[in-house]
Design a protein around this ligand. Structure first.
Ligand code: NAD
Ligand code: WQD
Length: 343
């Protein structure tokens, strides 16, 4: 099976490409490297002992996509390419609608021209908005669409578009995967998350504090209605997430009459910011100095997934622990303090 992976050089894409190569899939990546480095894919190929095809290009460019589909027959697409910084999306909404929504429409139109109708889309738990405590754990049928950022709205819009496409053309095989909070790195320490500038997300910030790049973690809010007052999330190891994509492709391959899957990919466990700090200190042997500051605007107190649907349909389950997530993040961070620019 030949898979086109858009955004394959990015954090989740690179780990997924490695799993695909290890499972015997042929892989072509399209990436414009706006938030990634070709070094990630060099390392993926070295780890896998197999090569992939790389096209440097933009999913908003129809000619690039048509050229990709004109090569060796592509059986399925995993669509990671997009922008993901929530705060930036508030400041630059058109950038987000252009990359995430127009980019996806362009890809789906190119797929129609090429008669490729299997697609796995990177959605996000953010489509659930600000869930009420009684809505936890979040099920796929929990309310969506009351979004709080253009980023979240862009994911929700694409989800709707994919559902409409499936209604009109039920032979399409579509998976809308709602990731919770991906963290961690490949256990080799060779590939991992490579944020540019100040990390927005908790785990890369903690790991940069632990290695001395930043002096202290600011914990956004200590007065949430959670077990220790700090925000609760469902952190999932990026390798579990990557394996979830392989399981999804295998599932869709056996749906000859089409399907529209909507699945949460999480662990089902809620961990607080302080839980993560303590687990990171234990896994790394480093101290993570922190201060509790005001809540971050737009943050919700708690959310975590009900992932039983993914378990039942895909025979997939997130199996790595919070300790694994922290130990693997630290191995990557310690060996690559400047990410892919370290070498
Ligand atoms: P990432 O930024 O590391 O990877 C995205 C990749 O897409 C990068 O390599 C980037 O260069 C590329 N890209 C962006 N716009 C492009 C375009 N127009 N054309 C071609 N390539 C383009 O992000 P990630 O964490 O790997 O996330 C992958 C996907 O998963 C994104 O769609 C993101 O919204 C979604 N997602 C991420 C998270 C998370 O917390 N990391 C959570 C839920 C959903
Ligand atoms: C986690 C917890 C923060 C940084 C975001 C997106 C979401 C999805 C995943 C793409 C929260 C706290 C964080 C820090 C802190 N991405 N925190 N100090 O906000 O749950 O989700 O990434 O789809 O759409 O919104 O993740 O890692 O930023 O925060 O205290 O320096 O850590 O308040 O409780 P979040 P996060």
């Amino acid at each position: 099976m030949h898979v086109l992976v858009t955004g394959g050089a990015g954090y989740i894409g690179s780990h997924t490409c490695l799993c695909l190569l290890e499972e015997g899939f042929s892989v072509t990546v399209i990436d414009n490297f706006c938030n990634s480095s070709p070094e990630a894919l060099r390392r993926v190929q070295a780890l896998a002992g197999r090569s992939l095809t790389l096209i440097k290009g933009d999913v908003r460019d129809a000619a690039t996509l048509d050229a990709a589909f004109a090569g060796p027959r592509i059986d399925a697409v995993i669509h990671f390419a997009g922008l993901k910084a929530v705060g930036e999306s508030v400041a630059e909404p058109m950038l987000y609608y252009d990359n995430n929504v127009a980019g996806t429409f362009n890809l789906l139109q190119a797929m129609q021209r090429a008669k490729v109708s299997t697609v796995v889309f990177s959605s996000s738990a953010t489509v659930y908005g600000d869930p009420a405590p009684e809505d936890l754990p979040l099920e796929e049928t929990s309310p969506t669409g009351i979004t709080h950022s253009p980023y979240a709205t862009s994911k929700w819009m694409v989800e709707r578009c994919l559902a409409d496409l499936h209604t009109a053309q039920p032979q399409w095989r579509i998976a809308r995967l709602r990731y919770f909070n991906p963290v961690g790195a490949h256990p080799s320490g060779r590939i991992g998350e490579n944020p540019s500038g100040t990390p927005n997300n908790l785990m890369p910030f903690i790991s940069q504090v632990a290695c001395g790049t930043r002096p202290m973690l600011s914990i956004f809010g200590g007065d949430y209605p959670t077990h220790d007052g700090t925000g609760v999330r469902d952190y999932i190891h990026v390798m579990d997430l990557a394996e979830g994509h392989v399981a999804t492709l295998k599932y869709l391959a056996n749906r000859p009459n089409g399907d529209l899957l909507t699945l949460n990919l999480g662990t089902g466990q809620g961990c607080s910011v302080l839980d993560v700090v303590k687990a990171f200190e234990a896994a790394s042997g480093q101290t993570v100095p922190y201060q509790i500051v005001a809540r971050r605007p737009g943050d919700v107190p708690a959310y975590y997934a009900d992932s039983t649907q993914a378990q039942e349909l895909l025979h997939w389950k997130a199996k790595r622990t919070l300790h694994d997530m922290c130990a693997d993040t630290w191995r990557w961070q310690a060996a690559n303090p400047k990410g892919y620019a370290s070498e």
